[in-house]
Design a protein around this ligand. Structure first.
Ligand SMILES: *Cc1c(COP(=O)(O)O)cnc(C)c1O
Length: 364
């Protein structure tokens, strides 16, 4: 089976984690500080704050910018549910804008339509490893006095106009095992805003700067030193991982672009797309997306559907009153399929994948 995702864990990772274990310092300690410094330097931000997951990074980033009850936050429905659940956690209301047909990222013109006097922030998601249209989004944010909190959970090392994602506003990253780099579970907030960074550090640890003195309501959302030790090694490998993903994606696109009924990923000229997912659109009249996925699975090719149901259509969101119509997102949800391009995928795997798709789509 060629899996859709597979973390690369080498000897260095194993040594780093056992080193942290042997040190005796196994909760948040020096390794977390070192990982934060290294990540801030990589992302090009003044501060980075490590937390226990990407979801926690989003939640804490929103709270650190004082988003809460009575506020509206505009985001995309075509993403992992954490993007909008984190908004709900704060008491604010997620408002969904539709996406662009070609990149699957939030459509800036749809954002403009959703702004009300209650809107406080925009949460663009850099979906599949490609930055959203940051030039336009920053312009809209500036014109309407809105914060920008980037969900960069799929976009470690991705750039827009040569600037790192996560450095345009305040950024949130995830280090879940399927992401471009991992710490097992883990997350990071990146920002140039000193008071937001200080606030985030307090919120992740029960609202305290000094142990047992609590200045605000906080949580326990800390990262462990084992996770940070793993993250330090993975961060050193990240550019190499990303380059392999990009090469795999280019090769796959060169094979798939001749096949009728497949739309290969569209890369914006502003972007370095790091291919967290390599996602095609199947719009063939001869086969349904889900049937193609089963046929690929029968041939030992793992695929992923990111995402089969947009957030505004999720049962829970319907229960709490969402009833939007966002046609571009809804169509994408029924047509997209992601193919493996992670660093362990070989050229012969890519040939197998493209040949299988060619046969399936031509009905052989
Ligand atoms: C993975 C992911 C998250 C959440 O990260 P966790 O570490 O799983 O909590 C949030 N947003 C997006 C777009 C993601 O892909």
């Amino acid at each position: 089976m060629i899996p859709i995702a597979k973390p690369f864990i080498g000897e260095e990772e194993i040594d780093a984690v056992t080193g942290a274990l042997r040190s005796g310092n196994i909760a948040e300690g020096q390794k977390v500080k070192d990982f934060e410094s290294a990540f801030a330097e990589y992302a090009g931000t003044s501060y980075a704050v490590a937390v226990s997951s990407g979801t926690a990074a989003l939640h804490v980033a929103l709270l650190a910018h004082n988003i809460g009850t009575g506020d509206e936050v505009i985001t995309t429905p075509f993403t992992f549910v954490a993007s909008s659940n984190s908004i709900l956690f704060t008491g604010a209301r997620p408002v969904f804008a539709d996406i662009e047909e070609n990149t699957y990222n939030i459509d800036p013109e749809s954002i403009v339509e959703k702004i009300t006097p209650k809107t406080k922030a925009i949460v663009p998601v850099h979906l599949y490893g490609q930055a959203a249209d940051m030039r336009r989004i920053l312009e809209i944010a500036q014109d309407n006095n809105l914060l920008v909190i980037e969900d960069a959970c799929q976009a470690h090392g991705a750039t827009y106009d040569n600037k790192m994602t996560g450095s345009f506003g305040t950024g949130a990253f995830s280090f879940y095992p399927t992401k471009n780099m991992t710490t097992g579970e883990g997350g990071m907030i990146t920002t140039d805003d000193k008071s937001a960074a200080e606030c985030a550090r307090m919120i992740r640890s029960h609202g305290s700067k000094q142990r047992y003195f609590h200045e605000m309501l906080g949580y326990n959302l800390r990262m462990t030193d084992m996770a940070a030790a793993l993250g330090l090694v993975q961060l050193r490998r990240l550019d190499g991982f990303n380059q392999t993903r990009i090469n795999n994606a280019e090769y796959l696109s060169s094979r798939l672009n001749k096949i009728k009924g497949i739309k290969i990923p569209c890369i914006s000229g502003h972007c370095r797309h790091v291919f967290h997912q390599y996602t095609v659109r199947l719009n063939s009249e001869s086969i349904l997306r889900d049937d193609a996925a089963s046929l690929l699975s029968n041939r030992g090719i793992g695929t992923g559907i990111y995402y089969p149901l947009p957030i505004h259509k999720q049962p829970f969101y319907k229960q709490i009153g969402y009833n939007d119509s966002l046609p571009v997102s809804e169509r994408a949800a029924s047509e997209v399929i992601s193919l493996p391009v992670h660093p362990s995928v070989s050229k012969s795997d890519l040939d197998t994948i493209s040949e299988a798709l060619r046969e399936i789509l031509s009905g052989c």
